[in-house]
Design a protein around this ligand. Structure first.
Ligand code: BGC
Length: 470
């Protein structure tokens, strides 16, 4: 990461210090991460570390025609997946953006809307449905306490969703009631987190994968754990029946640092947290994932503008008040895709940045403003990549995966990983800093999970049918 001589040097120095995450900080943070993973496996009040009811991984030979839905942070998708064995599949899907009104309104309305979308999908893509009942795998990207493979109590919303009326309730039942009210011939038979979906979908194609991660609007990780390590569940409990002694754990690692204060928060991190819908929660996610890193960048631009440190040279006047800044002054009006576009601007005069600030906020930028803006995006996203690597390294060390003969396969999905310029490169660079480049090259494969949530949901529904038969 470098800036040319045009960028504002004092601002650069100040922000570099604020967002620094030096190599010397890795070891202690990885150790703390491992401690919090272990605490979560042993008692309730720590990182959630939710035991799922998924005990086995697919072999890649599964076949069938299965529905799934993927209710994430930004979009809803309904999918029909044909698993054809040999790790192959074909998927047809339809996608809708979840409106702000649905995110912030009552949860019951959100699920009614989801059921309407399932009906819309069935009308177009499953016309023969009158002849049978479809199993559906529900990939739901929020923390749920699993009480069975198809029962899960919503613990809390994340990523700005607010439907408090459904907190503590079984989200499968709420959706199933809406489906039944529409007589859709569909049974939700598996509930999984998107990270579990990512892990299942990756294993279907690449046997041996034991870790699934999302770096998208939010972040989280699921992995395969020995049941003997999950001391908070006792032999005889409903979720302690794994035939293999292994069980997938949904870590909900976005909560790392909530109580330990281990994360290096600066004034922007603290402000973002205080203004969020859940102060004090998801602190790791708030430094790592797309929803929040773009909000951090917006808040830095906004702050510099109010201090008269940006947009002054070009406009010839100091911009002092929110009214001069348009949407730049409004929370979450700058998203990860925009941030990626600014950071990815390779034109000589940073024309993408120039155009974005002029057309979106009516702000004129000088060359030094634009270079400073690009540098701010790089600073925040590369800190996010380094912190992301800390989570991956902690899991690899906790499971001692490097001492096993096999390759460590990590399935990853999400817009930050798939689309954000250089995120993957920075993540790999950070893993090289934590382990060493030769080990990473020889032993660790980061695999782009192909449609983790959609295909993973279908595989979960398949495995649930199989589990039931046995
Ligand atoms: C949620 C997780 C989810 C992750 C990625 C987080 O906000 O708590 O359940 O897996 O986002 O979508």
């Amino acid at each position: 990461m470098s800036t040319s001589s045009h960028a504002h040097p004092e601002i650069i120095a100040r922000l570099t210090k604020a967002f620094a995450f030096p190599i010397s900080a890795y070891d202690a943070l990885v150790e703390q991460f491992i401690r919090e993973l272990k605490e979560g496996l042993s008692h309730e009040k720590a990182m959630p570390m939710i035991p799922t009811f998924v005990y086995e991984l697919p072999s890649g030979k599964e076949t069938g025609d299965i529905l799934s839905l993927d209710l994430g942070g930004t979009n809803l998708r309904v999918c029909r997946t044909t698993l054809s064995g040999k790790g192959e599949f074909a998927i047809t899907h339809k996608k809708w953006t979840i409106s702000d009104a649905l995110k912030k309104g009552p949860g019951k309305d959100l699920f009614a809307w989801v059921a309407d979308r399932i009906e819309e999908f069935l009308d177009t893509h499953c016309k023969e449905r009158a002849h049978g009942n479809y199993p559906l795998g529900m990939t739901f990207s929020f923390p749920c306490e699993q009480l069975d493979i198809n029962v899960g109590k919503l613990l809390n919303w994340t990523k700005g969703f607010r439907g408090t009326d459904v907190i503590g309730q079984d989200v499968v039942k709420i959706l199933q009631d809406q489906i039944d009210a529409r007589k859709l011939n569909v049974t939700v038979n598996a509930l999984i987190n998107d990270t579990v979906g990512t892990l299942l979908a990756t294993t279907y194609k690449h046997p041996g994968c034991e870790i699934g991660i999302i770096f998208g609007t939010g972040t989280n990780c699921a992995y395969l754990e020995n049941q003997s390590e999950i001391t908070k569940i006792k032999p005889g409990a409903a979720n302690y029946t794994s035939p293999s002694n292994m069980q997938l754990i949904n870590t909900e690692w976005g909560a790392f640092g909530n109580t330990s204060g281990a994360l290096p928060a600066n004034e922007y991190d603290l402000r973002l947290d205080a203004r969020s819908s859940q102060p004090g929660k998801q602190l790791y996610e708030k430094m790592v994932s797309g929803l929040y890193i773009s909000e951090l960048a917006r808040s830095v631009f906004h702050d510099l503008a109010l201090k008269g440190e940006l947009f002054v040279e070009a406009s010839g006047k100091e911009v002092k008040a929110d009214k001069d800044l348009g949407d730049l002054a409004i929370k979450e009006r700058f998203d990860g895709a925009m941030m990626g576009a600014l950071e990815g601007d390779e034109t000589a005069h940073l024309e993408v940045i120039e155009q974005h600030f002029r057309t979106s906020y009516n702000l004129q930028t000088s060359q030094s403003d634009r270079e400073t803006i690009k540098y701010i995006c790089q600073l925040i996203s590369s800190r996010a990549a380094r912190l992301s690597a800390v989570g991956i390294a902690a899991l690899i060390k906790k499971r001692e995966l490097l001492s096993k003969p096999d390759q460590v396969i990590v399935g990853i999905d999400g817009s930050l990983f798939n689309k954000y310029p250089h995120f993957r490169k920075h993540l790999e660079g950070a893993l090289n800093e934590i382990f060493d480049a030769a080990t990473v090259k020889a032993k660790i494969s980061l695999i782009n999970a192909e449609d983790g949530s959609g295909v993973g949901g279908a595989i979960a529904a398949y495995l649930a049918c199989k589990q039931k038969r046995h």
